[in-house]
Ligand binder design. Structure first.
Ligand code: HEM
Length: 601
């Protein structure tokens, strides 16, 4: 009988032959395209993730291997791809292939090729299977393709409108003001009118979840938790309050369940979507919180739909406009029917079902809070490091708010007149998303048929099932699109009144307006060179939601406070290390916390 060693060696030999064959096949394809390529001779799946994405191996790679080799090892790993910046594209050009034993990946940092790909939805669809983990409650806009995607997009796109942005504005100003008050009380400092915040990440996560709850779901949560736990059954709205313990019948509060399902997404998915139903839940007590979280979140979201379907008279804003949060917008997709009770003529798309609304709400929460949280965190640290930029942004905020009625009371600030004037904080946000894009890669693939790209004067045929990575670090750090100072944090490059900006030379080029750049107050890069919100058919729906949130928060904080690093030796180096050590788990973020001092101006 064969020993275990022989069996294991046999399996290893079969796996090696399988991978060697795969590597050879993919290498042949790469050679046929005529594109430059690199070979990463390990599978870019789970094993590679376990080996190379543990936190100490990359540091080892940095110390032991030459940069070019460490870059090749990192490139197929999404967590660390951002750290390569555009070094590989500089060496290999705007489009190259990464050959691994189980896939060929096409890395694209050529603006024209990016534009071709994002505008050819059928030739280059989204690899939606990569997003299955966010199908907690069924398919949604982010996880679908083709007709199903069109159905979701039709009924969700119109909810992201100016009335919703107005809600984002008001809710952000309220949350930021409360957050500053909370910091003043809880983070005292020996110096007068000063406080030091050491856990910016937790605070900003709470802030961004509260904004999405208020502006997305119509549930206003105070930044400071309510002092007492609820003792009896609560009405439909009060159930969402941020109390120290959950309401009766729940294991989590609304905010804590959103945070839990976000942080523990993998175990929640495993417990509720992968673990077979026939396994009794009592046999897996360590997954109890994951079961409870899935149940509680669904229950909260169902109640939100009920609240949204029956708005109260308080839900009108001061101008008499119906308050339009995202749920109300989605519910409206159904009421647009002439006769809600009448059966749909065959083929007609009749709004979103409750299940689809719940799934989309969950998707908006995931897509919309960590991205803005991480952008704000980068903004605070970079502005603390670059006091000259902070002063420039501050002066822009003061100029913009000076004309406002009640300029010293942000609660009175008018969205329609003030937001367009807040150009300096907008430039800061655009620059942060260039250098530290929250979503570092936009994945596409060629689907089941071969697809062409036109690159460098040639038409290149890419094989079916080929992965494509629209490479933001390659694009956003390219001197070709941003000039010699591409690596510098320089928000003023965006300002349309800065005629010396490298971007000013694009002014006469047609078709430059891209997602996130719909403002005449900013310069625009070449189309396809800036894609923090992606571009084309599947561009981000929440781009203006995010911009209004980040710009309003920066204006409220920096108008009153000067933010700096904690004094002391090594503070600058620590901040730079934290920025450079950012990794992309779901979104790009700093692992290390950077304490910041807020000094009243
Ligand atoms: C700084 C903030 C944000 C960034 C950088 C960002 C970035 C992106 C990117 C790159 C995509 C394309 C992903 C892909 O195709 O693989 C995307 C899609 C999407 N984003 Fe955002 N996002 C942000 C904020 C938000 C917010 C606040 C919301 C909602 C409240 C949101 C909702 C969505 C949705 C629904 C999609 C899917 C659109 C579709 O496939 O049709 N995003 N976002």
């Amino acid at each position: 009988m064969a020993s275990w060693t022989t069996i294991l060696l046999g399996i290893l030999a079969i796996a090696t032959i399988h991978y060697a064959q795969g590597l050879y096949r993919h290498l042949r394809h790469a050679q046929r395209t005529g594109l430059p390529y690199i070979v990463a001779p390990y599978p870019n799946g789970l094993v590679a993730m376990l080996i190379f994405e543990s936190s100490w191996i990359p540091h080892l790679l940095d110390k032991v291997l030459p940069v070019w080799l460490a870059d090749i090892i990192r490139d197929p790993l999404t967590n660390y791809r951002w750290t390569i910046k555009n070094r590989l594209h500089q060496r290999l050009g705007g489009v190259y292939l990464i050959v691994t034993p189980n896939a060929v990946i096409c890395s694209v940092a050529d603006a024209a090729v990016v534009s071709q790909i994002v505008n050819a939805r059928n030739e280059f669809p989204k690899p939606v299977w990569q997003y299955r983990v966010i199908e907690f409650y069924g398919p949604n806009l982010i996880t679908c393709e083709d007709k199903e995607w069109a159905h979701h997009r039709r009924h969700t796109a119109s909810t992201f409108n100016e009335r919703n942005n107005q809600l984002v504005w008001a809710e952000t100003i309220r949350q930021t003001t409360e957050m500053l008050l909370d910091w003043k009380e809880t983070c005292p400092s020996p110096a007068p009118n000063t406080f030091t915040v050491t856990d910016l990440s937790d605070n900003l996560t709470k802030f961004s979840l509260n904004v999405i709850s208020g502006a997305g779901f119509g549930v206003q949560i105070p930044f400071k938790p309510a002092p007492a736990a609820p003792t009896k059954a609560l009405d439909s709205r009060a159930i969402f309050q941020d109390t120290p313990s959950p309401p009766p019948g729940f294991t989590f509060t609304f905010r804590s369940v959103v945070a839990y399902t976000d942080i523990k997404i993998r175990s929640v998915v495993f417990a509720n979507l992968i673990l077979p139903r026939w396994i009794p839940r009592v046999c897996v007590p360590f997954l109890r919180l994951d079961f409870d979280a899935h149940r509680d979140l669904r229950s909260y979201l169902q109640r939100l739909i009920a609240v949204g379907a029956h708005p109260t008279t308080d839900d009108n804003d001061k101008d008499g406009l119906a308050r339009e949060n995202l749920i109300e917008g989605m519910l409206a997709s159904r009421t647009k029917k002439e006769d809600a009770a009448a059966p749909e003529p065959s083929g007609k798309d009749s709004g979103l079902s409750d299940r689809e609304i719940i799934s989309n709400m969950h998707a908006f929460t995931l897509a919309g809070h960590e991205t803005t949280e991480t952008s704000l965190r980068f903004a605070f640290v970079l502005l603390a490091l670059h006091q000259d930029v902070q002063q420039w942004m501050y002066e822009g905020i003061i100029d913009a708010t000076r004309g406002e009625e009640a300029d010293d009371d942000p609660a009175q600030w008018d969205y329609a007149s003030l937001f367009p004037k807040l150009v300096t904080p907008l430039c800061v946000m655009l620059e942060i998303m260039r250098l530290y894009p929250p979503v570092v890669t936009v994945p596409k693939w060629t689907g089941s048929t071969p697809s062409h790209i036109h690159y460098s004067g040639r038409s290149i045929l890419l094989s079916p099932d080929l992965n494509i990575n629209l490479n933001m670090n390659g694009l956003h750090y390219s001197t070709e699109y941003w000039g010699a100072d591409a690596e510098q944090f320089s928000p003023v490059r965006w300002d349309a009144t800065n005629h010396d900006s490298f971007l000013a030379r694009n002014a006469d080029l047609p078709g430059l307006t891209a997602p996130g750049l719909e403002y005449r107050t900013v310069h625009r890069p070449v189309r396809g060179a800036y894609i923090p919100f992606s571009d084309g058919f599947r561009a981000c729906l929440g781009k203006k939601f995010a911009q209004v949130e980040v710009v309003a928060a920066l204006a409220v904080v920096f108008r009153l406070y000067r933010v700096r690093l904690v004094a002391g030796e090594g503070a600058v180096e620590q901040a730079r290390r934290a920025l450079e050590g950012s990794v992309s788990v779901v979104t790009l973020g700093m692992v290390e916390e950077v304490p910041l001092v807020f000094e009243r101006r």
